[in-house]
Design a binder for this molecule. Structure first.
Ligand SMILES: CCCCCCCCCCCCC[C@@H](O)CC(=O)SCCNC(=O)CCNC(=O)[C@H](O)C(C)(C)COP(=O)(O)OP(=O)(O)OC[C@H]1O[C@@H](n2cnc3c(N)ncnc32)[C@H](O)[C@@H]1OP(=O)(O)O
Length: 353
């Protein structure tokens, strides 16, 4: 086998030199500051390849190199951090050497890159110096999401097991078996309205408020205060739809607190609402409609009126107004969740590119 010279591309930064050697499937032999030997597939097929360079200035002895299927990447640290006018001591560039335009930067661009790196380092240090606060915030959010996840998982598993064992009969006592846990979770969920106000999460205040207030009206006013509503099958559908999304949403937030995410979980968090949200609003609307005659009959929460206007105004009128608000709320939150989904997947795509 004859020894040939491969094509070499080079670029520099203030502190480093980059050499890209055009050899596929190369087995690199020696790499020292001026001479490199390798065996691989180059412009002239399988051969021993070798090149040597006498650098313009001294370089450090430790040299790192990485072979990929298509090339060998060599990184060399300069002895002194300064810009070189050219790579080699001799003024005439060797024939096998060319600039690496993929990495090429001129001196001012390289300086800007260096500056950006410095700034990033300073930012990281300043964030790290705020760690006690960050740690506290993340710890609080993590615990909050964990508790909600456990609560909703308990509800979901309990309802699923009962559905398998009792079939449709389980529809009628959902409230009595799960309401305490649902009360607990939904009372805790008020924190989801407070968190954005305190700047702890990036969520908008209104979407959270609509979500939490909307559910709490159904839970505390419709189901909680009317015993006649508590054994209706609609409770099952409302609770099941709520807990189905939450067993994915809260673990997603838990992972976000740890700065990580799982593709499938993220997809479920940003996709499941598409069928679940309209179904949830529909189930909630059915609950409200079913409660109207009960409020009319019991006069619960009715508004006292002057004698000439009749005795009282039934709460069912307020609920009819609320029905309209519900569909307005559905529209606002559906739009919000759609935007969140688009933002998430658009920024993902950009990161991948
Ligand atoms: C008496 C007055 C009443 C007025 C109300 C009248 C209208 C009522 C209408 C009500 C209709 C409600 C119907 C509803 O109850 C039906 C159902 O729920 S059915 C089941 C399906 N439901 C859903 O899928 C909705 C689930 N809920 C949500 O998704 C949220 O609650 C919502 C606020 C709607 C949207 O969430 P968010 O804005 O937070 O979106 P993100 O998840 O993308 O979060 C944004 C960023 O903030 C970070 N974040 C948020 N929360 C946390 C947390 N707890 N811990 C850690 N991090 C959190 C998140 O990671 C995002 O950060 P980044 O952008 O960096 O990724």
């Amino acid at each position: 086998m004859q020894t040939l010279t491969p094509h070499v591309h080079w670029a520099q930064r203030h502190a480093e030199l980059y050499l890209r050697v055009e050899l596929s499937d190369a087995k690199v032999g020696t790499v020292c500051s001026i001479r490199t030997t390798a065996q691989g597939h180059g412009a002239k097929g399988d051969n021993e390849y070798e090149f040597s360079l006498e650098f313009l200035q001294p370089v450090r002895p430790e040299i790192s190199h990485k072979s990929t299927q298509r090339l060998v990447d060599i990184k060399i640290r300069k002895q002194e951090e300064r810009w070189w006018d050219r790579l080699t001591l001799q003024e005439r560039k060797p024939l096998f050497l060319a600039p690496d335009f993929d990495r090429w930067l001129d001196e001012s661009d390289a300086e800007m890159e260096l500056q950006a790196k410095e700034e990033e380092k300073i930012n990281r240090i300043s964030v790290e110096s705020r760690v006690p606060y960050l740690g506290l915030k993340k710890g609080y959010l993590f615990m909050y999401n964990l508790v909600q996840f456990l609560g909703f998982s308990w509800i979901f598993v309990n309802m699923t097991v009962r559905l398998f064992i009792l079939g449709q009969d389980s529809f009628y006592d959902t409230f009595h078996t799960t309401a305490d846990m649902m009360y607990f979770c939904q009372m805790m969920a008020v924190l989801e309205v407070i968190n954005p106000l305190l700047g702890l999460v990036k969520t908008g205040f209104f979407p959270s408020m609509i979500q939490v207030a909307g559910r709490n009206v159904i839970l505390f006013v419709i189901f909680g205060s009317l015993e006649d509503m508590q054994n209706k099958p609609v409770v099952f559908f409302v609770f099941y739809l709520w807990s189905t999304i939450e067993i994915f949403r809260y673990p997603f937030y838990m992972l976000a607190c740890m700065g990580t995410d799982w593709k499938l979980l993220t997809w479920l968090r940003y996709s499941l609402w598409i069928p679940l949200y309209p179904l949830g609003v529909l189930a909630e609307a059915v609950a409200v409609i079913q409660s109207l005659p009960i409020f009319d009959e019991t006069r619960l929460f009715s508004f006292p009126l002057p004698a000439m206007l009749g005795s009282s105004l039934s709460f069912s009128y307020t609920l009819q107004l609320y029905l309209i608000l519900m569909f307005l709320g559905l529209f606002i939150n559906f739009r919000h969740l759609y935007k969140q989904r688009r933002r998430r997947y658009r920024s993902r795509k950009r990161k991948v590119q």
